[in-house]
Design a protein around this ligand. Sequence first.
Ligand SMILES: [Zn+2]
Length: 125
Amino acid sequence: MHEFSVMQGVVSAVLSALEGRSYDKVVSVKLVVGELTFLAKEQLRFAFHVLTEGTDLEGASIDIITKKAVVRCEKCGYRGGLRVDDDPRYHYALPVFLCPKCGGCVEIVEGKECFVESVVLEKEE
Ligand SMILES: [Zn+2]
């Protein structure tokens, strides 16, 4: 499962960022995931709970924020979101990376990222 390997990277990045810091508990981790990564939120959440077992992150909650895709068209200069047809037949299809205005090829500006935005720590005084 792709989600597991992605989450493995996230968990080890967070754990190494926490090294040397003083805290009692990790409350939550906020993860930003681009729409075009096609990562399933539920799978990511599940992977997080499995992979953090026995680590300092065990018991922390995970917030997953989906970031909309932004594309740029070389031909007409359009910059914005991809058009997603809300037709149930298309729900399992990959979006077509064409300009919604002129049909030209677009370059993906945002939407393929996956990064940890913040980690909330708790320290008892
Ligand atoms: Zn265009």
